[in-house]
Design a binder for this molecule. Structure first.
Ligand code: IMP
Ligand code: MG
Length: 175
C-alpha cells in the first residue's frame, strides 16, 4: 500500500484485528460487571478502534472523545497539545481511555494527571497497539490488542501525515 511518499506492507489483516477486539471487549465486559464505565476515545487515531470496541461492550456505559496531538510525519514531535478537551465530569467514574497506539507513552502520561485531578474512581488504559520497546514514560497499559515492534504503522485509524486512516487493515512501513 502506498501512502504519500512511502510504501507499507500488510501487518495485521481485518479478521485478526476484529477477533482481537472481540476478545478485549469480553475481558472489559467481565472486569466491569456491575459498574458503569466512561470510555474516553483519543482522537483522531482511535476513532475506528473505539467504534468497533464499543459496539461489543455490553455493560451499561457512556462514551466521549478528546483530541490530543503529538505526531508529525513518522516521529513524535515531543509536544502534546489538547485541541479538544474533556467536557464530562469524571469524578467518581470508572474511566477507560481508548487509544490507537501507545508508542513512547508521552501523550498519555502528560494527559493522565489532569484526569486524576478530577478524582475518578479508577482509570485504565486500553490500546489497540503497543510498542513496548519504545516506551519512555512510566505508564501502565491495562488492555493491549497487539504488542508490536518499534516500527511505523498506518491504517485502521492510524495515519501518516493525516493520510492512510481509511484502511481496514494495519500496514507497516517498508524499510
Ligand atoms: P506517544 O505519545 O509517543 O505514546 O504516541 C502516541 C500517539 O502517536 C498515538 O496516539 C498515535 O496517534 C501516534 N503514533 C505513534 N506511533 C504511531 C505509528 O506507528 N503510526 C501512526 N501514529 C503513531
Ligand atoms: Mg492517537
Amino acid at each position: 500500500m502506498q501512502v504519500l511518499d512511502k510504501s507499507f506492507k500488510l501487518y495485521l489483516d481485518a479478521e485478526t484485528i476484529q477477533k482481537r477486539i472481540a476478545a478485549l471487549a469480553d475481558q472489559i465486559n467481565a472486569d466491569y460487571q456491575g459498574k458503569q464505565p466512561l470510555f474516553i476515545g483519543i482522537l483522531n487515531g482511535s476513532f475506528m478502534f473505539t467504534a468497533d470496541l464499543y459496539k461489543k461492550i455490553t455493560v451499561a456505559s457512556t462514551i466521549t472523545f478528546i483530541k490530543l496531538v503529538s505526531y508529525k510525519g513518522t516521529s513524535s514531535t515531543g509536544t502534546v497539545i489538547t485541541s479538544i478537551g474533556l467536557e464530562e465530569n469524571i469524578s467518581g467514574r470508572d474511566v477507560i481511555i481508548v487509544e490507537d497506539i501507545v508508542d513512547t507513552g508521552k501523550t498519555l502520561s502528560e494527559f493522565l494527571p489532569s484526569l486524576q485531578q478530577q478524582q475518578p474512581a479508577s482509570i485504565r488504559i486500553c490500546t489497540l497497539l503497543h510498542k513496548p520497546e519504545a516506551l519512555q514514560y512510566p505508564l501502565t497499559v491495562d488492555y493491549i490488542g497487539f504488542n508490536i515492534p518499534t516500527k511505523f504503522v498506518v491504517g485502521y485509524g492510524l495515519d501518516y501525515d493525516g493520510f492512510g486512516r481509511n484502511s481496514e487493515v494495519i500496514s507497516c512501513l517498508e524499510e
